[in-house]
Design a protein around this ligand. Structure first.
Ligand code: BG6
Length: 489
Protein backbone atom coordinates (compact mmCIF):
# COMPACT_ATOMS: atom_id res chain seq x y z
CA UNK A 1 0.00 0.00 0.00
CA UNK A 2 1.53 3.35 -0.95
CA UNK A 3 2.17 5.63 2.00
CA UNK A 4 -0.22 8.52 2.56
CA UNK A 5 -2.56 7.22 -0.08
CA UNK A 6 -6.07 8.51 0.40
CA UNK A 7 -8.81 5.95 0.23
CA UNK A 8 -12.42 6.41 -0.66
CA UNK A 9 -14.99 6.49 2.11
CA UNK A 10 -17.19 3.41 2.30
CA UNK A 11 -20.72 2.47 3.20
CA UNK A 12 -20.04 -0.69 5.19
CA UNK A 13 -23.30 -2.63 5.39
CA UNK A 14 -23.19 -5.47 7.92
CA UNK A 15 -25.87 -8.11 7.29
CA UNK A 16 -26.49 -9.76 10.64
CA UNK A 17 -25.66 -6.45 12.29
CA UNK A 18 -27.06 -7.52 15.65
CA UNK A 19 -25.52 -11.00 15.57
CA UNK A 20 -22.59 -12.29 17.59
CA UNK A 21 -19.92 -11.75 14.96
CA UNK A 22 -20.99 -8.17 14.37
CA UNK A 23 -21.42 -7.10 17.98
CA UNK A 24 -18.51 -9.04 19.52
CA UNK A 25 -15.89 -8.68 16.82
CA UNK A 26 -16.69 -6.32 13.96
CA UNK A 27 -17.97 -3.29 15.85
CA UNK A 28 -15.18 -3.62 18.42
CA UNK A 29 -12.58 -3.78 15.66
CA UNK A 30 -14.13 -0.83 13.85
CA UNK A 31 -14.03 1.20 17.05
CA UNK A 32 -10.34 0.33 17.44
CA UNK A 33 -9.70 1.45 13.87
CA UNK A 34 -11.45 4.71 14.72
CA UNK A 35 -9.25 5.11 17.77
CA UNK A 36 -6.15 4.47 15.67
CA UNK A 37 -7.29 7.20 13.26
CA UNK A 38 -7.65 4.70 10.41
CA UNK A 39 -11.30 5.24 9.50
CA UNK A 40 -11.77 7.47 6.47
CA UNK A 41 -13.84 10.58 6.95
CA UNK A 42 -17.29 9.91 5.49
CA UNK A 43 -17.20 6.14 6.04
CA UNK A 44 -20.47 4.91 7.50
CA UNK A 45 -21.48 1.65 9.16
CA UNK A 46 -24.99 0.41 8.49
CA UNK A 47 -26.16 -2.57 10.51
CA UNK A 48 -28.86 -4.58 8.79
CA UNK A 49 -30.97 -7.07 10.73
CA UNK A 50 -34.58 -8.14 10.97
CA UNK A 51 -35.34 -6.74 14.42
CA UNK A 52 -37.47 -3.68 14.95
CA UNK A 53 -34.88 -1.19 16.23
CA UNK A 54 -34.16 2.41 15.45
CA UNK A 55 -30.78 4.09 15.12
CA UNK A 56 -30.69 5.24 18.74
CA UNK A 57 -31.43 1.74 20.02
CA UNK A 58 -28.71 0.28 17.83
CA UNK A 59 -26.16 2.85 18.97
CA UNK A 60 -27.08 1.98 22.53
CA UNK A 61 -26.53 -1.76 21.87
CA UNK A 62 -23.18 -1.01 20.24
CA UNK A 63 -22.13 1.04 23.27
CA UNK A 64 -23.09 -1.75 25.71
CA UNK A 65 -21.17 -4.28 23.65
CA UNK A 66 -18.07 -2.12 23.62
CA UNK A 67 -18.32 -2.06 27.39
CA UNK A 68 -18.50 -5.84 27.58
CA UNK A 69 -15.96 -6.84 24.95
CA UNK A 70 -13.45 -4.03 24.47
CA UNK A 71 -11.12 -4.93 27.37
CA UNK A 72 -10.33 -1.26 27.65
CA UNK A 73 -12.08 1.94 28.72
CA UNK A 74 -14.23 3.61 26.09
CA UNK A 75 -12.76 6.91 25.09
CA UNK A 76 -15.79 9.23 24.97
CA UNK A 77 -14.41 11.54 22.25
CA UNK A 78 -13.62 8.57 20.03
CA UNK A 79 -17.02 7.06 20.79
CA UNK A 80 -18.78 10.29 19.73
CA UNK A 81 -16.94 10.22 16.40
CA UNK A 82 -17.53 6.50 15.97
CA UNK A 83 -21.21 6.46 16.93
CA UNK A 84 -21.92 9.24 14.41
CA UNK A 85 -21.06 6.69 11.70
CA UNK A 86 -23.56 4.09 12.93
CA UNK A 87 -27.08 3.48 11.72
CA UNK A 88 -29.55 0.62 11.63
CA UNK A 89 -31.84 -0.74 8.93
CA UNK A 90 -34.50 -3.40 9.41
CA UNK A 91 -34.52 -5.74 6.43
CA UNK A 92 -35.82 -9.29 6.19
CA UNK A 93 -33.03 -10.70 4.06
CA UNK A 94 -35.32 -13.23 2.38
CA UNK A 95 -37.69 -10.53 1.05
CA UNK A 96 -36.38 -9.05 -2.20
CA UNK A 97 -38.47 -5.89 -2.11
CA UNK A 98 -37.07 -4.90 1.29
CA UNK A 99 -33.61 -4.29 -0.21
CA UNK A 100 -35.05 -1.20 -1.90
CA UNK A 101 -34.60 0.57 1.43
CA UNK A 102 -30.87 0.60 0.79
CA UNK A 103 -31.46 3.16 -1.98
CA UNK A 104 -32.51 5.71 0.58
CA UNK A 105 -29.43 5.36 2.76
CA UNK A 106 -26.49 4.57 0.45
CA UNK A 107 -24.29 7.26 -1.08
CA UNK A 108 -23.06 5.63 -4.30
CA UNK A 109 -21.62 8.89 -5.73
CA UNK A 110 -19.10 9.25 -2.94
CA UNK A 111 -18.97 5.98 -0.98
CA UNK A 112 -17.89 2.49 -2.01
CA UNK A 113 -20.46 -0.12 -0.99
CA UNK A 114 -18.85 -2.87 1.11
CA UNK A 115 -21.29 -5.66 2.04
CA UNK A 116 -20.21 -7.71 5.04
CA UNK A 117 -22.04 -11.06 5.19
CA UNK A 118 -22.08 -11.78 8.93
CA UNK A 119 -24.90 -14.29 8.53
CA UNK A 120 -25.29 -17.97 7.74
CA UNK A 121 -24.36 -18.92 4.14
CA UNK A 122 -27.97 -20.07 3.56
CA UNK A 123 -28.80 -16.36 3.25
CA UNK A 124 -26.00 -15.48 0.80
CA UNK A 125 -28.13 -16.22 -2.24
CA UNK A 126 -30.99 -13.96 -1.23
CA UNK A 127 -28.62 -11.16 -0.21
CA UNK A 128 -26.83 -11.30 -3.57
CA UNK A 129 -30.11 -11.35 -5.47
CA UNK A 130 -31.68 -8.69 -3.26
CA UNK A 131 -28.74 -6.33 -3.84
CA UNK A 132 -28.74 -7.05 -7.55
CA UNK A 133 -32.46 -6.48 -7.96
CA UNK A 134 -32.37 -3.32 -5.88
CA UNK A 135 -29.81 -1.95 -8.38
CA UNK A 136 -27.46 -0.64 -5.70
CA UNK A 137 -24.31 -2.40 -6.96
CA UNK A 138 -21.59 -1.06 -9.23
CA UNK A 139 -18.11 -2.25 -10.28
CA UNK A 140 -16.56 -0.95 -7.09
CA UNK A 141 -18.96 -2.72 -4.72
CA UNK A 142 -17.43 -5.53 -2.65
CA UNK A 143 -18.57 -8.33 -0.43
CA UNK A 144 -16.79 -9.73 2.57
CA UNK A 145 -17.59 -13.33 3.51
CA UNK A 146 -16.80 -15.24 6.65
CA UNK A 147 -16.18 -18.93 7.03
CA UNK A 148 -17.72 -21.46 6.90
CA UNK A 149 -17.69 -21.23 3.13
CA UNK A 150 -19.25 -24.67 2.77
CA UNK A 151 -18.60 -27.87 4.67
CA UNK A 152 -17.05 -29.70 1.72
CA UNK A 153 -16.01 -29.03 -1.87
CA UNK A 154 -19.52 -29.38 -3.31
CA UNK A 155 -21.22 -27.02 -0.84
CA UNK A 156 -18.34 -24.55 -1.06
CA UNK A 157 -18.73 -24.47 -4.87
CA UNK A 158 -22.45 -23.88 -4.48
CA UNK A 159 -21.83 -20.83 -2.30
CA UNK A 160 -19.14 -19.49 -4.61
CA UNK A 161 -21.41 -20.03 -7.64
CA UNK A 162 -24.26 -18.13 -6.01
CA UNK A 163 -21.96 -15.22 -5.28
CA UNK A 164 -20.37 -15.37 -8.74
CA UNK A 165 -23.76 -14.78 -10.38
CA UNK A 166 -23.66 -11.23 -9.07
CA UNK A 167 -20.05 -10.41 -8.15
CA UNK A 168 -16.78 -10.79 -10.05
CA UNK A 169 -14.05 -12.68 -8.23
CA UNK A 170 -12.09 -9.46 -7.63
CA UNK A 171 -15.08 -8.05 -5.72
CA UNK A 172 -15.18 -10.98 -3.28
CA UNK A 173 -13.13 -10.78 -0.06
CA UNK A 174 -13.11 -14.13 1.80
CA UNK A 175 -11.85 -13.82 5.34
CA UNK A 176 -9.65 -16.15 7.31
CA UNK A 177 -8.98 -14.11 10.43
CA UNK A 178 -5.59 -15.82 10.92
CA UNK A 179 -4.32 -13.92 7.88
CA UNK A 180 -4.84 -10.69 9.76
CA UNK A 181 -2.68 -11.77 12.69
CA UNK A 182 0.61 -9.91 12.91
CA UNK A 183 2.67 -13.02 13.47
CA UNK A 184 1.14 -14.88 10.53
CA UNK A 185 1.94 -11.91 8.29
CA UNK A 186 5.39 -11.80 9.81
CA UNK A 187 6.01 -15.21 8.22
CA UNK A 188 6.26 -13.38 4.89
CA UNK A 189 8.83 -11.01 6.38
CA UNK A 190 10.81 -13.75 8.11
CA UNK A 191 11.03 -15.90 5.02
CA UNK A 192 11.33 -13.33 2.27
CA UNK A 193 13.15 -10.41 3.88
CA UNK A 194 16.02 -12.44 5.43
CA UNK A 195 18.76 -13.90 3.28
CA UNK A 196 19.41 -16.39 6.05
CA UNK A 197 16.31 -18.35 5.04
CA UNK A 198 16.84 -18.36 1.29
CA UNK A 199 19.12 -21.38 1.56
CA UNK A 200 17.96 -22.87 4.83
CA UNK A 201 14.38 -23.55 3.97
CA UNK A 202 14.00 -26.88 2.21
CA UNK A 203 14.65 -30.62 2.39
CA UNK A 204 18.41 -30.10 2.44
CA UNK A 205 18.39 -28.48 5.87
CA UNK A 206 15.00 -29.10 7.42
CA UNK A 207 14.08 -32.42 9.00
CA UNK A 208 10.42 -31.73 9.70
CA UNK A 209 8.02 -28.96 10.72
CA UNK A 210 5.34 -28.94 13.42
CA UNK A 211 2.35 -26.61 13.48
CA UNK A 212 0.29 -26.52 16.68
CA UNK A 213 -2.91 -24.53 17.17
CA UNK A 214 -4.00 -25.52 20.66
CA UNK A 215 -7.07 -23.84 22.08
CA UNK A 216 -7.91 -23.55 25.73
CA UNK A 217 -11.58 -22.84 25.06
CA UNK A 218 -14.19 -25.54 24.64
CA UNK A 219 -17.37 -25.17 22.61
CA UNK A 220 -18.68 -21.98 24.24
CA UNK A 221 -22.39 -22.29 23.60
CA UNK A 222 -21.97 -23.33 19.94
CA UNK A 223 -22.33 -27.07 20.46
CA UNK A 224 -24.81 -27.69 17.67
CA UNK A 225 -22.85 -25.73 15.05
CA UNK A 226 -19.60 -27.30 16.13
CA UNK A 227 -20.99 -30.82 16.22
CA UNK A 228 -21.87 -30.59 12.51
CA UNK A 229 -18.46 -29.22 11.75
CA UNK A 230 -15.71 -30.81 13.85
CA UNK A 231 -12.17 -29.56 14.36
CA UNK A 232 -10.95 -30.73 10.94
CA UNK A 233 -13.34 -28.38 9.14
CA UNK A 234 -13.49 -25.70 11.82
CA UNK A 235 -9.74 -25.16 12.17
CA UNK A 236 -7.58 -27.34 9.94
CA UNK A 237 -9.29 -26.67 6.60
CA UNK A 238 -8.69 -22.96 7.01
CA UNK A 239 -6.37 -21.62 9.73
CA UNK A 240 -3.79 -24.45 9.83
CA UNK A 241 -3.67 -24.88 6.07
CA UNK A 242 -3.22 -21.13 5.69
CA UNK A 243 -0.26 -21.17 8.09
CA UNK A 244 1.11 -24.19 6.23
CA UNK A 245 0.92 -22.43 2.86
CA UNK A 246 2.79 -19.39 4.23
CA UNK A 247 5.52 -21.66 5.59
CA UNK A 248 5.80 -23.85 2.51
CA UNK A 249 5.17 -21.60 -0.48
CA UNK A 250 7.77 -20.49 -3.01
CA UNK A 251 8.76 -16.82 -2.96
CA UNK A 252 6.04 -14.82 -4.71
CA UNK A 253 7.32 -12.24 -7.23
CA UNK A 254 5.71 -9.42 -5.25
CA UNK A 255 3.01 -8.80 -2.66
CA UNK A 256 0.14 -8.52 -5.15
CA UNK A 257 -2.85 -10.70 -4.37
CA UNK A 258 -2.56 -12.91 -7.44
CA UNK A 259 1.16 -13.52 -6.89
CA UNK A 260 0.57 -14.72 -3.33
CA UNK A 261 -2.59 -16.67 -4.17
CA UNK A 262 -0.80 -18.51 -6.99
CA UNK A 263 2.01 -19.66 -4.72
CA UNK A 264 -0.39 -20.77 -2.00
CA UNK A 265 -2.50 -22.73 -4.48
CA UNK A 266 0.61 -24.59 -5.69
CA UNK A 267 1.28 -25.78 -2.14
CA UNK A 268 -2.31 -26.95 -1.70
CA UNK A 269 -2.15 -28.79 -5.02
CA UNK A 270 0.97 -30.60 -3.86
CA UNK A 271 -0.56 -31.97 -0.64
CA UNK A 272 -0.43 -35.74 -0.84
CA UNK A 273 -4.02 -37.06 -0.56
CA UNK A 274 -4.87 -39.10 2.49
CA UNK A 275 -6.80 -42.23 1.64
CA UNK A 276 -8.50 -45.08 3.46
CA UNK A 277 -5.25 -47.03 3.08
CA UNK A 278 -3.15 -44.62 5.10
CA UNK A 279 -5.63 -42.57 7.11
CA UNK A 280 -5.07 -44.57 10.27
CA UNK A 281 -1.33 -44.13 10.12
CA UNK A 282 -1.46 -40.43 9.15
CA UNK A 283 -4.28 -38.92 11.18
CA UNK A 284 -5.62 -38.93 14.71
CA UNK A 285 -9.12 -37.87 15.75
CA UNK A 286 -9.82 -37.04 19.36
CA UNK A 287 -12.65 -35.86 21.59
CA UNK A 288 -12.14 -34.31 25.01
CA UNK A 289 -13.51 -35.85 28.16
CA UNK A 290 -13.82 -34.09 31.47
CA UNK A 291 -10.62 -32.91 33.05
CA UNK A 292 -8.87 -29.94 34.63
CA UNK A 293 -7.65 -26.67 33.18
CA UNK A 294 -5.53 -24.52 35.48
CA UNK A 295 -6.69 -26.75 38.35
CA UNK A 296 -10.37 -26.05 37.60
CA UNK A 297 -12.62 -28.97 36.67
CA UNK A 298 -14.16 -28.66 33.19
CA UNK A 299 -16.79 -30.85 31.50
CA UNK A 300 -16.17 -33.25 28.64
CA UNK A 301 -17.46 -32.54 25.12
CA UNK A 302 -20.45 -34.81 25.67
CA UNK A 303 -21.33 -33.05 28.93
CA UNK A 304 -21.26 -29.52 27.49
CA UNK A 305 -24.52 -27.57 27.35
CA UNK A 306 -26.77 -28.78 24.54
CA UNK A 307 -24.68 -31.89 23.87
CA UNK A 308 -25.97 -34.99 22.17
CA UNK A 309 -24.36 -37.66 24.29
CA UNK A 310 -23.54 -40.11 21.53
CA UNK A 311 -21.74 -37.66 19.26
CA UNK A 312 -18.49 -38.88 17.71
CA UNK A 313 -17.41 -35.47 16.35
CA UNK A 314 -13.71 -34.73 16.74
CA UNK A 315 -12.55 -31.81 18.89
CA UNK A 316 -8.90 -32.66 18.18
CA UNK A 317 -7.08 -33.62 15.03
CA UNK A 318 -3.46 -34.38 14.25
CA UNK A 319 -2.20 -35.09 10.73
CA UNK A 320 1.06 -35.93 9.05
CA UNK A 321 1.12 -33.89 5.85
CA UNK A 322 3.45 -34.64 2.95
CA UNK A 323 4.02 -32.02 0.29
CA UNK A 324 4.95 -33.60 -3.00
CA UNK A 325 7.14 -30.99 -4.58
CA UNK A 326 10.82 -30.33 -5.12
CA UNK A 327 11.38 -28.19 -2.02
CA UNK A 328 9.65 -30.38 0.53
CA UNK A 329 10.20 -33.95 -0.68
CA UNK A 330 10.80 -36.12 2.40
CA UNK A 331 10.02 -33.34 4.93
CA UNK A 332 6.85 -34.16 6.88
CA UNK A 333 4.70 -31.40 8.33
CA UNK A 334 2.88 -32.46 11.49
CA UNK A 335 -0.24 -30.45 12.23
CA UNK A 336 -2.34 -30.63 15.39
CA UNK A 337 -5.21 -28.60 16.72
CA UNK A 338 -7.69 -29.17 19.52
CA UNK A 339 -10.16 -27.60 21.88
CA UNK A 340 -9.82 -27.61 25.69
CA UNK A 341 -6.14 -28.34 25.56
CA UNK A 342 -3.66 -27.50 28.28
CA UNK A 343 -3.32 -23.82 27.36
CA UNK A 344 -3.64 -21.57 24.33
CA UNK A 345 -0.61 -22.00 22.16
CA UNK A 346 -0.18 -21.41 18.43
CA UNK A 347 3.30 -22.08 17.17
CA UNK A 348 5.42 -23.36 14.33
CA UNK A 349 8.51 -25.37 15.15
CA UNK A 350 11.07 -25.97 12.41
CA UNK A 351 13.45 -28.81 13.24
CA UNK A 352 16.67 -28.60 11.29
CA UNK A 353 18.61 -31.70 10.26
CA UNK A 354 21.29 -33.37 12.30
CA UNK A 355 24.83 -32.49 11.31
CA UNK A 356 26.53 -35.14 9.18
CA UNK A 357 29.42 -35.57 11.62
CA UNK A 358 29.99 -34.75 15.30
CA UNK A 359 33.46 -33.48 16.19
CA UNK A 360 32.42 -32.84 19.80
CA UNK A 361 31.49 -36.40 20.62
CA UNK A 362 33.82 -36.60 23.59
CA UNK A 363 31.74 -34.04 25.47
CA UNK A 364 28.41 -34.21 23.63
CA UNK A 365 27.50 -37.58 22.17
CA UNK A 366 24.45 -36.45 20.25
CA UNK A 367 24.26 -32.94 18.90
CA UNK A 368 20.62 -31.89 19.22
CA UNK A 369 19.42 -30.25 15.99
CA UNK A 370 18.78 -26.51 15.78
CA UNK A 371 15.19 -25.42 16.13
CA UNK A 372 13.37 -22.33 14.99
CA UNK A 373 10.26 -21.71 17.06
CA UNK A 374 7.77 -19.11 15.87
CA UNK A 375 5.25 -18.21 18.57
CA UNK A 376 2.18 -16.99 16.72
CA UNK A 377 0.05 -16.40 19.83
CA UNK A 378 0.15 -15.61 22.69
CA UNK A 379 3.61 -14.26 23.69
CA UNK A 380 4.36 -13.52 20.05
CA UNK A 381 8.00 -13.98 19.16
CA UNK A 382 10.71 -15.98 17.44
CA UNK A 383 13.30 -18.25 19.09
CA UNK A 384 16.27 -20.11 17.69
CA UNK A 385 17.71 -22.96 19.71
CA UNK A 386 21.39 -23.51 19.14
CA UNK A 387 24.48 -24.92 20.80
CA UNK A 388 27.16 -22.69 22.26
CA UNK A 389 30.36 -23.35 24.14
CA UNK A 390 30.09 -23.11 27.90
CA UNK A 391 32.72 -20.54 28.96
CA UNK A 392 35.73 -22.09 30.68
CA UNK A 393 39.38 -22.84 30.02
CA UNK A 394 39.66 -26.18 31.72
CA UNK A 395 39.35 -29.42 29.76
CA UNK A 396 37.32 -30.22 26.61
CA UNK A 397 34.97 -27.87 24.87
CA UNK A 398 31.62 -28.21 26.62
CA UNK A 399 28.44 -27.39 24.72
CA UNK A 400 25.13 -26.12 25.99
CA UNK A 401 21.75 -25.55 24.36
CA UNK A 402 20.98 -21.81 24.32
CA UNK A 403 18.32 -19.60 22.83
CA UNK A 404 18.22 -16.50 20.69
CA UNK A 405 14.93 -15.16 21.88
CA UNK A 406 13.04 -12.34 20.21
CA UNK A 407 9.89 -11.23 21.96
CA UNK A 408 7.64 -8.95 19.90
CA UNK A 409 6.42 -7.06 22.94
CA UNK A 410 10.05 -6.27 23.85
CA UNK A 411 11.34 -5.59 20.35
CA UNK A 412 8.39 -3.49 19.24
CA UNK A 413 7.46 -1.78 22.49
CA UNK A 414 6.05 1.28 20.78
CA UNK A 415 3.92 -0.60 18.26
CA UNK A 416 0.49 -1.76 19.28
CA UNK A 417 -0.39 -5.32 18.27
CA UNK A 418 -3.80 -5.30 16.63
CA UNK A 419 -6.06 -8.34 16.31
CA UNK A 420 -6.69 -10.05 12.97
CA UNK A 421 -10.06 -8.47 12.36
CA UNK A 422 -8.83 -4.87 12.50
CA UNK A 423 -6.27 -5.54 9.81
CA UNK A 424 -8.67 -7.44 7.56
CA UNK A 425 -11.55 -4.98 7.88
CA UNK A 426 -9.17 -2.17 7.07
CA UNK A 427 -7.87 -3.98 3.99
CA UNK A 428 -11.42 -4.75 2.86
CA UNK A 429 -12.43 -1.10 3.23
CA UNK A 430 -9.33 -0.09 1.28
CA UNK A 431 -9.97 -2.70 -1.40
CA UNK A 432 -6.68 -4.58 -1.03
CA UNK A 433 -7.37 -8.29 -1.68
CA UNK A 434 -3.91 -9.67 -0.80
CA UNK A 435 -4.87 -11.06 2.61
CA UNK A 436 -8.12 -12.65 1.48
CA UNK A 437 -8.69 -16.11 0.06
CA UNK A 438 -9.32 -16.80 -3.59
CA UNK A 439 -12.03 -19.19 -4.67
CA UNK A 440 -9.48 -21.61 -6.08
CA UNK A 441 -7.52 -21.67 -2.85
CA UNK A 442 -10.57 -22.55 -0.77
CA UNK A 443 -11.71 -25.21 -3.19
CA UNK A 444 -8.26 -26.75 -3.32
CA UNK A 445 -8.18 -26.87 0.49
CA UNK A 446 -11.58 -28.56 0.55
CA UNK A 447 -10.45 -31.16 -1.99
CA UNK A 448 -7.71 -32.29 0.38
CA UNK A 449 -9.86 -32.08 3.52
CA UNK A 450 -12.62 -34.06 1.81
CA UNK A 451 -10.14 -36.87 1.17
CA UNK A 452 -9.55 -37.15 4.94
CA UNK A 453 -13.22 -36.88 5.79
CA UNK A 454 -14.08 -39.64 3.28
CA UNK A 455 -11.29 -41.87 4.50
CA UNK A 456 -12.46 -41.45 8.10
CA UNK A 457 -16.02 -42.32 7.12
CA UNK A 458 -14.90 -45.43 5.22
CA UNK A 459 -12.70 -46.72 7.99
CA UNK A 460 -15.02 -45.65 10.84
CA UNK A 461 -12.08 -43.86 12.39
CA UNK A 462 -12.93 -43.37 16.05
CA UNK A 463 -12.54 -40.15 18.03
CA UNK A 464 -10.09 -41.12 20.76
CA UNK A 465 -10.78 -39.66 24.21
CA UNK A 466 -8.36 -37.19 25.79
CA UNK A 467 -8.85 -35.49 29.13
CA UNK A 468 -9.45 -31.74 28.92
CA UNK A 469 -6.28 -29.90 29.90
CA UNK A 470 -3.90 -32.24 28.06
CA UNK A 471 -2.22 -32.17 24.63
CA UNK A 472 -4.61 -34.65 23.01
CA UNK A 473 -4.91 -38.43 22.78
CA UNK A 474 -1.88 -40.68 23.22
CA UNK A 475 -2.27 -41.70 19.59
CA UNK A 476 -1.16 -38.19 18.66
CA UNK A 477 2.23 -38.90 20.26
CA UNK A 478 2.40 -42.23 18.45
CA UNK A 479 1.87 -40.44 15.12
CA UNK A 480 5.29 -38.84 15.53
CA UNK A 481 6.89 -41.66 17.51
CA UNK A 482 6.35 -43.96 14.52
CA UNK A 483 8.68 -41.64 12.59
CA UNK A 484 11.17 -41.46 15.48
CA UNK A 485 10.04 -37.94 16.47
CA UNK A 486 8.11 -36.19 19.27
CA UNK A 487 5.91 -33.12 19.58
CA UNK A 488 7.58 -30.01 20.89
CA UNK A 489 6.99 -30.12 24.66
C1 BG6 B 1 -12.58 -19.82 14.62
C2 BG6 B 1 -13.18 -21.17 15.01
O1 BG6 B 1 -12.44 -19.74 13.24
O2 BG6 B 1 -11.30 -19.70 15.24
C3 BG6 B 1 -13.28 -21.29 16.52
O3 BG6 B 1 -14.47 -21.29 14.43
C4 BG6 B 1 -11.92 -21.06 17.14
O4 BG6 B 1 -13.77 -22.57 16.87
C5 BG6 B 1 -11.32 -19.75 16.65
O5 BG6 B 1 -12.07 -21.07 18.54
C6 BG6 B 1 -9.89 -19.59 17.14
O6 BG6 B 1 -9.41 -18.31 16.82
P1 BG6 B 1 -8.25 -17.62 17.65
O7 BG6 B 1 -8.01 -16.32 16.96
O8 BG6 B 1 -8.75 -17.48 19.06
O9 BG6 B 1 -7.08 -18.54 17.59
Amino acid sequence: MPKNKTFKPCDLVIYGGLGDLSTRKLLISLYRLEKAGLMEAGTRIIAVDRHRKDNAEFVDIAHKNLHSFLNDDIDEDIWQRFSARLSYLKIDLTQMEEYQQLHDVLHPETNVLVNYFAVSPVLFKSICQGLDQAGVLNDQSRIVMEKPIGHDLVSSREINDVVAEVFNEDQVFRIDHYLGKETVLNLLALRFANSFFTTNWDHNTIDHIQITVAEEVGIEGRWEYFDHTGQLRDMLQNHLLQILTFVAMEPPVDLEAHSIHNEKIKVLQALRPITENNVEEKTVRGQYTKGFQKATPVPGYLEEEGANTDSTTETFVAVRVDIDNWRWAGVPFYLRTGKRMNYKRTEIVVYFKQLPHNIFKDSFRHLPPNKLIIHLQPNEGVEIEMLNKVPGIDGDIKLQKTKLDLSFSEAFKKNKLFGGYEKLILEALRGNPTLFLSREEIEQAWTWIDSIQKAWAKTNEEARPYPAGTWGPIASDSLLARDGRAWEG
